[in-house]
Design a protein around this ligand. Sequence first.
Ligand SMILES: [Zn+2]
Length: 142
Amino acid sequence: MPHRFRWSAEMGPQLEEWVVQGVARLGAEAVRERAAFWRGYRLLSMSRLVTEELTARHRAMFPSVQRLEAAETRATGLLWGVPATGETRARKGAARVDGVCPCGGSGWVAVWDEFGDPDLSFDLMCPVHGRTGCGARNGAGL
Ligand SMILES: [Zn+2]
C-alpha cells in the first residue's frame, strides 16, 4: 500500500493484491503475531493500562498511526464476508502483550489513588490476561 493511499471502491482488487504482497513479504506467522500484539495494545489502551514501554514498542512496530488505522479499516472491509477457518476460530481474536504487561502475568492490575488513599484504590482485571481476557478465552493462560 503506498504511503499516500486513498481508498475508493474501485480499488478492491488492488487492495487485495497489496494485502497478499504484504503477507508474503512478512510471512503469515509474523502477521498473526503483529495482529495479536496490536489487539493486546488496543485492549490495554481501552482500559488505560498502557505503559510508556508498551507504547514505545507499539510505535516501533506500527510507526504510522494513519497507516495502521487505514489498514485496520480496509482489513475489516476485506474480511467481513470471508468464512473463518477452524484455525482462525480457534485463535478467537488472540491478544498478546509485546513486553511486560502491567498485570505482570497475574491477571490483575493495582490501580492506586493518586494520593494513596486505599479506599479509592482497586484492582482491575487485565483485559489480556484476566480470566475473561483473550488469553483465558483462548485457553492460553498467561
Ligand atoms: Zn496482563
